[in-house]
Design a protein around this ligand. Structure first.
Ligand code: AMP
Length: 220
């Protein structure tokens, strides 16, 4: 059941790949009618549509590397200006580097500054299992897990009967690289946002419903 909640948040969900940012961002955004801006989803759409941006991004993504800052920054700048993102949004997967965080700060008017940055804390040992078992619905985008959140029928989405797929960057070859990139390029953002006094932490190594309830409390 989707419960309507009211949030006027402009929020960043920060954390390692596999920490649950996407799952929670989808749920909070749907319940609170705020825009869910996932740079990973936007890039995957570009890849699926075979656009020049998608073709350029795919190589980086499949290797577990970051797409260059200038590409991502202009993509987010444009998205955040859309009418549905005027009042409130959740950024999921952006910023991932210091230049991206600085660009975001520069681009937000003072009256529409960030309200929260929420760090999804999960021990690194748990992340590999979360990523390698993750499956996404090719039709509705719902996220499942072969062990922690299995569907009733293997390989078929419970919500829409769509086919479940494994992301190409959730294969073992790319997972190690993504975690290394997170450690070296994204983890430094914790200190950046701590200094800006907007950082909140949620223990995301708990069942999704528990994490969801805590997020609503933190964001209200
Ligand atoms: P995600 O779905 O957030 O795990 O993103 C999947 C992939 O898209 C990442 O591994 C990167 O290759 C690329 N990507 C997504 N967001 C960003 C970003 N903010 N900066 C650079 N690359 C990104």
């Amino acid at each position: 059941m989707v419960m309507a909640v009211s949030l006027q948040a402009r929020c960043v969900f920060l954390g390692a790949p596999g920490a649950g940012k996407g799952t929670q961002a989808k749920r909070v955004a749907a319940a609170a009618s705020v825009a869910h801006i996932s740079t990973g989803d936007m890039l995957r759409q570009e890849v699926a549509a075979g656009t020049p941006l998608g073709r350029a991004a795919k190589e980086f993504m499949d290797a577990g590397k970051l797409v260059p800052d200038e590409v991502i920054i202009s993509m987010v700048q444009e998205r955040i200006r859309q009418p549905d993102a005027r009042a409130a949004w959740i950024l999921d997967g952006f910023p991932r580097t210091l230049p991206q965080a600085e660009a975001l700060d520069r681009n937000l008017p003072r009256e529409a500054a960030l309200t929260h940055v929420i760090y999804f804390a999960v021990p690194e040992a748990a992340l590999v299992g979360r990523l390698s078992g993750r499956r996404s619905c090719s039709r509705c985008g719902a996220i499942w897990h072969v062990e922690h959140q299995p569907t009733r029928r293997e390989g078929i989405c419970d919500r829409c009967d769509g086919e479940l797929l494994q992301r190409s960057d959730d294969r073992p070859e790319a997972i190690g690289k993504r975690l290394e990139v997170y450690r070296s390029q994204t983890a430094p953002l914790l200190a950046y946002y701590r200094d800006h006094q907007v950082l909140r932490e949620v223990d995301a190594n708990r069942p999704p419903d528990v994490v969801y309830q805590e997020l609503l409390k933190l964001m209200q």
